[in-house]
Each structure stands twice: as C-alpha cells, then as structure tokens.
Design a protein. Structure first.
Length: 97
C-alpha cells in the first residue's frame, strides 16, 4: 500500500521568513526515513498511511512547541499495491517529454 501526500506546514504571524521553521519540519521528515521530495512550496512524502500521518503529527508537534498558530495543507493520493511512486510518477512524465 502506498500513499503520497503533498504537505505544507508553517506558522502564521511568527516572521516574514519561514525557512527556519520549514527547516525544522524538514528535519523531522528527513529523519523519518520515508521517501520524500522537498519542493519550493510543499514536500511530498510516501509510505504507509499510518507512517505518513505519524510524520505529519510530529511536524505539527515540532512547530507547536513555540508557535501559537500553525497552518497546514495536505493532499493525499492512495494507490493499493504500488510503492515507489514519488520517483516513478516523475520519471513517467519526464519520459514523455
């Protein structure tokens, strides 16, 4: 089983630059060991539903430590019996260009 989420999370009203907060969250994602892809506006994470949602929760807990307001956006794509889709979806499109 595989779910890919496209995920963004950041504090609201903390500062104009969000990169220090994004870096903190990205460390949580990277340390999870799940396949992921950092993008300019969001990060994709792939894995089992419970594993991925656990990472999302840990990211929220990381920001909640010192941020009074946190915005989060999640899109999910589940596909039964298939994994490795973060790379294969990109490769499929690039192969057609």
């Amino acid at each position: 089983m595989s779910v890919i989420i496209d995920f963004s999370i950041f504090p609201v009203g903390e500062s104009e630059s969000l990169s220090p907060y994004v870096a903190r969250v990205f460390k949580v994602i990277r340390n999870s060991g799940l396949p992921h892809n950092l993008g300019p506006m969001s990060t994709s994470i792939e894995g089992d539903w419970d594993e991925v949602m656990d990472v999302v929760n840990r990211c929220f807990e990381e920001l909640k430590k010192d941020c009074s307001r946190v915005y989060m956006n999640i899109k999910a794509d589940y596909r039964k019996g298939v994994s490795g889709r973060i790379k294969s979806k990109i490769n499929s499109v690039e192969g057609k260009i």
